[in-house]
Design a protein around this ligand. Structure first.
Ligand SMILES: N[C@@H](CCC(=O)N[C@@H](CS)C(=O)NCC(=O)O)C(=O)O
Length: 232
């Protein structure tokens, strides 16, 4: 019998509002593997709660007493420990390609979402996280959250151009994984779930092939569609 996994998952003021793009990757990877999971809502300032993982970020997964931190480490653990269920990567070639998708998402996609959604992320935070979030993010940005998110209507045009490689792919393929989604889809989709769960700002035109791909994933993962968020 498989014991339930325990996942520490970033939450807002509403404990059901889960918004970390990295945690979404793992929630989807666990669902892909059809494994039971208990998720524990975690806030940015709950550092002592995950001190046992010897670092201060989520996702943290506990699997039969084994502690794993970092989404890439966790995804590989799931792939290796649960070989009987569907593969997340589709073999070694897949691992290398998904690594590229992760690098692109972390270096390009997520930073390009920051000036479109970060003020809205702040609004959804638990009271106890607000001062920490504002000061840590404003230090990184070199400006206020509000200034970083000014002129969103103009910035979104550039954002839509920047994801042309995704659009070109989804004109031909159903998923990055081909006929069915794999971990590459969950990495990119995690970014869109970060936006969906925090921000009413409209990122994509309804008929954008990227929006249609996002909808295909929401159809497959009902818990993602039902999660607190904005259907924009
Ligand atoms: N590279 C890590 C990134 C994890 C990460 O940055 N998580 C954020 C939540 S989205 C976090 O826990 N931040 C804690 C903080 O900012 O103090 C991964 O892939 O898991």
């Amino acid at each position: 019998m498989i014991m339930a996994l325990t996942l520490y998952d970033l939450a807002g003021a509403d404990a059901n509002r889960r918004f970390s793009p990295y945690c979404w990757r793992i929630r989807l990877a666990i669902a892909h593997k059809e494994l039971p999971v208990e998720t524990i809502p975690w806030r940015f300032t709950d550092k002592e709660v995950i001190a046992f993982s010897r670092q201060g970020r989520v996702p943290v997964l506990v699997d039969a007493g084994e502690v794993l931190a970092g989404s890439w480490t966790i995804a590989n653990h799931l792939e290796q420990s649960y070989r009987d269920s569907r593969s997340l990567f589709g073999g070694p070639v897949g691992v290398a390609l998904v690594r590229f998708v992760e690098s692109w998402t972390d270096a390009i996609l997520l930073p390009s979402l920051v000036p479109l959604i970060l003020v809205d992320v702040f609004e959804r935070l638990h009271e106890k996280d607000r001062a920490y979030f504002r000061s840590s993010r404003e230090r990184l940005l070199g400006t206020t959250l509000e200034a970083a998110c000014a002129d969103r209507d103009k910035k979104v045009i550039n954002f839509r151009h920047s994801i042309e490689p995704l659009r070109a792919t989804f004109k031909i393929e159903s998923f990055l994984g081909g006929e069915a989604p794999n971990y590459a889809d969950y990495i990119v989709f995690g970014g869109f779930m970060w936006a969906r769960s925090t921000s009413p700002f409209k990122l994509l035109e309804n008929d954008d092939p990227v929006a249609l791909w996002r909808d295909r994933l929401l159809d497959r993962f009902e818990f993602a569609r039902m999660a607190p968020g904005y259907d924009t």
